[in-house]
Design a protein around this ligand. Structure first.
Ligand code: NAG
Ligand code: NAG
Length: 642
């Protein structure tokens, strides 16, 4: 019963949101399309093009049973549903498609038995609607090469007969533009000339047929990104706006898309891809950070769309049980992303309010994947958060494990390096030239930093800093110059509880560069440091000095990212992302978060804070938030501030 109540809230909110949008609601305008980012299932990641009616309906039933209550609503048949699955047929083959007398694609009757006798997708759409879901299909640009070669006549939907103009019938070869074939499926499809009445009549005949079948969602491929065709998008959008059925209009893929390109189409559609295809590799996940940041900054998230809103689309979620790109095969393998990487993907997709289209085979959905794609916090953020943006005010210090270590005994004994500089800190003899370069820097609010610069003469060079612990400075006995010569502890990150140590057991024992290490702060001589006049930072206990070296081998890793959004109950969502392949401590401050949000002068005095993936409750946080984030992993905080 509780779940049901939540569902009602979910849809009621999207409805009221939609109603609130149209200023003068009329009967036909009462439904505003894509009020929230659309959510559903798509067959591509698990079946490529090969899915059958039986497989599709099995998946649709499971979506209805398991995912619908979490907002997953559309079930979409991806490309080539009209291609016969026989020897020789593949993704870019020619001559295997089933077309009607007007050159329109119709479902392959062998794979889609209910489509026989001219029924098209009618029976499937009915079945999907009976399940309480909505039905979507993928379509390509323009006209098929097969229809062009067959030179089929064009249907005039106004007369039900062949299209005539200027006293003659028009055919496929009159409207197809061979030079504008789809770049990624050259044998398959080409643009039609929308300046010709016959070209427009052809496109109209396609989309009216989809509507007659009961289609609720069209994923229009090869008209955007590298294959941009504003003419076709504009005309299809016009046709869909005139059809008395609220069909969502989606564009795909979005290779090389920029916000300025998207501005020309966003009001014509409901969602549009902003990347190439996403598969289950870390590189694919990581490549979505820059582009989603840019679209958020350009205010494209939830901008006006076709009779409603439009959403930049980061592509389907290739999680669970999958096939491979371009295969003639159904699902046969597990997702290659580890759990941290999957969480990162779901967190970014949710914080960026991307449509969520699950791609795994529902018949083989493991519990971990199910929990992830239905996580209530992520679902809430994806549907209802606002002010979604990348948040640059974080610091990342890269930590790596030292010696023996495991997840349950964490966190202890980390080395540290500066995330953006590829610098490693270690311990060396105080005579080592790499041990020099340390100095004290005042840091505004009387917290002192001890910073290292490779070349102390260069003003612009980035430096690596540690934090002098405030408390101990005051407690320390008077010395003639305690600001620079008192013994002090050094914190990895302001506000964290990890102190730099120089354990004797980790004294230089081999030729290998020995790393400095952080461990929970203790009153331990091991953690006491002394800044000398010559710029060395000495540990009296071990007789070693902190030194900095570059590591070339590990250069070019991904750094750290963060996103911020506000919830509908006033809560703040903060996500940290670690794109590095080492554990990284990511930190920010409450005042920087407050400044980034609307009404920026509002200073929150304190926030309660919980983290999603660890379940950790931080209690009341007043100054900063820090977290050790796993390689390729993420942290997602919910803050309630007063
Ligand atoms: C990890 O560390 C904890 C605490 O030190 C220990 O109890 C546990 O056995 C260790 N696990 C493994 C797999 O080494
Ligand atoms: C810096 O000075 C200390 C003594 O204060 C000395 O032991 C050390 O060798 C010096 N290091 C360098 C690199 O000059």
């Amino acid at each position: 019963m509780q779940i049901l109540a939540l569902i009602v809230v979910f849809f009621a909110f999207c409805d009221s949101l939609q109603r609130g949008m149209s200023k003068r609601p009329s009967l036909s305008e009462s439904e505003v399309r894509a009020g929230c980012p659309p959510r559903g299932w798509n067959s591509y990641d698990s079946f490529c093009w090969t899915i059958s009616e039986e497989e599709f309906l099995q998946n649709a039933e499971l979506v209805a049973q398991r995912l619908h209550s979490h907002g997953y609503e559309y079930v979409v048949v991806d490309y080539l549903w009209y291609r016969r699955k026989v020897k020789g047929a593949s993704v870019d083959s020619l001559g295997f498609d089933v077309i009607d007398e007007w050159g329109r694609m119709i479902p392959d009757p062998e794979r889609w038995p209910s489509s026989k006798e001219g029924k098209g997708f009618t029976q499937i759409a009915n079945r999907v609607h009976d399940l309480g879901l909505k039905f979507g299909i993928h379509v390509m640009r323009g006209i098929s090469t097969q229809a062009f070669n067959a030179n089929t006549p064009i249907l005039d939907i106004n007369t039900g007969k062949a299209y005539e103009e200027s006293g003659r019938k028009w055919y496929a070869k009159d409207i197809g533009i061979k030079a504008l074939s789809c770049q990624w499926m050259r044998n398959g499809f080409m643009s039609v000339d929308t300046k010709l009445g016959a070209g427009r009549a052809f496109l109209r005949s396609l989309y009216h047929q989809y509507a007659a079948w009961g289609v609720d969602f069209v994923k229009h491929d090869c008209v955007f990104g590298n294959d941009l065709s504003i003419d076709e998008i504009s005309f299809v959008s016009k046709v869909l706006s005139e059809i008395n059925r609220p069909i969502l209009y989606s564009l795909s893929p979005g290779t090389s898309v920029t916000p300025s390109m998207a501005r020309d189409v966003s009001s014509l559609v409901n969602m549009y891809r902003i990347t190439g295809d996403d598969w289950d590799t870390w590189g694919d996940v990581a490549s979505h950070f820059d582009v989603s940041r840019d679209f958020a900054a350009a205010n494209m998230i939830g901008a006006n769309g076709l009779k409603g809103k439009s959403w930049p689309d980061l592509d389907m979620l290739p999680l669970g049980w999958l096939t491979v790109a371009g295969a003639n095969d159904g699902p046969h393998r597990k997702c290659n992303l580890n759990l941290d990487e999957q969480r990162t993907q779901m967190t970014l997709w949710s914080m960026a309010k991307s449509p969520l289209m699950f791609g795994g085979d529902m018949r083989n959905l493991d519990e971990t994947t199910f929990s992830l794609i239905t996580n209530p916090t992520l679902m809430e953020i994806n549907s209802f958060s606002s002010n979604n943006m990348e948040f640059p005010h974080i610091t990342g210090a890269k930590y790596f494990k030292l010696g023996r270590y495991n997840l349950t005994s964490r966190p202890e004994n980390y080395g540290v390096r500066h995330a953006s500089e590829d610098l490693f800190m270690g311990l060396s003899s105080c005579k080592d030239k790499h041990a020099k370069g340390w100095s004290v820097k005042a840091n505004g609010d009387d917290l002192e930093k001890v910073c290292w610069k490779e070349n102390s003469k260069s003003e612009h060079q980035a430096s690596f800093c540690l934090y002098k612990e405030k408390l101990l400075l005051e407690v320390d006995e008077e010395t003639e110059d305690k600001r620079s010569h008192g013994k002090f502890r050094l914190l990895a990150i302001e506000g964290t509880d990890f102190c730099l140590g120089a354990s004797a057991s980790r004294k230089l024992s081999s030729k290998e560069f020995s790393r400095g290490s952080f461990s929970p702060c203790r009153l331990d001589a091991n953690q006491m440091w002394d800044l000398k006049h010559n710029g060395t930072l000495a540990n009296g206990y071990s007789g070693l000095c902190a030194s900095m070296k570059r590591n070339q081998a590990d250069a070019g890793t991904g750094g750290t990212r963060s996103w911020l959004a506000t919830g509908r109950r006033g809560e703040i969502y903060l996500a940290f992302f670690n794109l590095n392949s080492d554990e990284t401590v990511i930190s920010t401050t409450i005042s920087d978060i407050a400044k980034a949000l609307p009404g920026g002068n509002l200073i929150h005095t304190s926030c309660t804070c919980t983290e999603l993936w660890t379940g950790r409750n931080f209690g009341v946080v007043t100054s900063s938030i820090s977290m050790v984030v796993q390689p390729h992993g993420s942290s997602l905080f919910t803050l309630n501030c007063t």
